[in-house]
Design a protein around this ligand. Structure first.
Ligand SMILES: C[S@@+](CC[C@H](N)C(=O)[O-])C[C@H]1O[C@@H](n2cnc3c(N)ncnc32)[C@H](O)[C@@H]1O
Length: 156
């Protein structure tokens, strides 16, 4: 299975819509782990997702426990993007069956969720700065993972 994205309890509809649009364009499944911090409706998502929403492959999970159960059952490796890791996301090797998980805009992911990931990576940044926008962070590493797994070859 090609690399997929997972959004942990996202708070900002426009970012989720932007990532659904990216998923639609690149043929990447996007998992949304509920609860979201906004009303999860087409109307809310449309500002970022425009008319791409209907073309996105969206999988919703009621809770993190449900998502984690499903991904272990289907033998997916969970790669967490977090500012708290000391391992560079550009030193990692990505493979098919990886799911790249992004934290929520306000608070990232709780410690127990972080501990359940198979790998945690960080996009290097200048010292003293807090974080990159979630959709931009996702795009940076999704691009790297797709490059490594030759996933762009199936697109035109
Ligand atoms: C706005 S940031 C969250 C910041 C949050 N206050 C925290 O402490 O984690 C939203 C998400 O974008 C991703 N992100 C942002 N900058 C990142 C970086 N430099 N490296 C890896 N992931 C990053 C992470 O998944 C993060 O949970």
């Amino acid at each position: 299975v090609p690399v997929e994205l997972a959004l942990y309890q996202p708070d900002i509809a426009q970012n989720t819509g932007t990532l659904l649009r990216l998923g639609a364009c690149l043929g990447i499944v996007v998992h949304v782990i509920h609860p979201t911090g906004f009303a999860f409706s087409k109307r809310e998502l449309k500002r970022g997702g425009l008319d791409y929403l209907d073309l996105a492959e969206l999988v919703e999970h009621d809770s993190y426990a449900h998502f984690d159960h499903w991904r272990r059952d289907s033998a997916r490796r969970l790669v967490l993007l977090t500012t708290k890791s000391s391992d560079s996301a550009y030193a990692a090797r990505y493979g098919d069956n990886d799911i790249l998980m992004l934290g929520r805009e306000s608070a990232g992911v709780p410690a127990d969720v972080a501990a359940s990931a198979d790998l945690s990576v960080r996009i290097p940044m200048r010292p003293g700065l807090r974080s990159i926008n979630v959709a931009v962070a996702a795009a940076l590493i999704l691009g790297e993972a797709m490059r490594q797994t030759d996933a762009f070859a199936r697109l035109t």
